[in-house]
Design a protein around this ligand. Structure first.
Ligand code: GAR
Length: 200
């Protein structure tokens, strides 16, 4: 069985959705480690409640990004991690790190890429006034928020939506498509061909 890790920085609602889907047997892989750059992340509690090992790497305690990433890589090697899921991990990984796991890092972004890249995908779409937005699951490549797209889900923005109600709708869609994309990956149904992901 493949072994994977989820990287988090915050609340961890996506992590929770993934934990639930692993428990149900919908995702047939072992979630063997949760990595966080933030020791206060509520996501760590969720991992502990599910009896999943956690590892915190406080960026400020390392004297360079390289050392920070090397420490994480060492841990992943120890745990025989096959693939990585970024679920609200708010740090950009270096090309060197990414190249250690080519086409093996999945990320969720809360907007329909390539629109509204960056750290405020929901707010930026809401303020722009688009009528449709929604989450994207994609493979991570050297260019931030630009890797091959696996699944997207459209979410309509209605006139009576507030930023909060939109956030709620986006998260609900995320909790659906992220486990779905991970399942497809685990079952080796995803093939990357250039910029495209072919789903078999
Ligand atoms: C999610 O909405 C995810 O799309 C976003 O952070 C949130 C994490 O929520 N990620 C990014 O914006 C990455 N650029 P969660 O901690 O409740 O899963």
């Amino acid at each position: 069985m493949k072994s994977f890790t989820v990287f988090v920085s915050g609340s961890g609602t996506n992590l929770q959705a993934i934990i639930n889907k692993v428990k149900e047997g919908y995702i047939k892989a072992e979630l063997s480690l949760v990595v966080s750059d933030n020791s206060n992340a509520y996501a760590l509690k969720r991992a502990e409640n599910a009896e999943i090992e956690t590892a915190v790497f406080n960026f400020k305690k390392f004297n360079s990004k390289r050392n920070f990433e090397n420490a994480i890589l060492k841990k992943l090697k120890e745990k025989n991690i096959d693939f990585i899921v970024l679920a609200g991990f708010m740090r950009v990984l270096s090309p060197k790190f990414i190249n250690k796991y080519p086409d093996k890092i999945l990320n969720i972004h809360p907007a329909l890429l390539p629109s509204f890249k960056g750290t405020h995908g929901i707010k930026d779409a809401y303020e722009y006034g688009v009528k449709v937005t929604g989450p994207t699951v994609h493979f991570v490549t050297e260019n931030v928020d630009s890797g091959p797209i696996i699944i997207q889900k459209a979410v309509e923005i209605k006139e009576n939506d507030t930023l909060e109600s939109l956030e709620e709708k986006i998260h609900k869609a995320e909790h659906q498509i992220f486990p779905e994309a991970i399942k497809l990956f685990v079952e080796e149904k995803l093939k990357v061909k250039g910029k495209k992901v072919i789903i078999s």
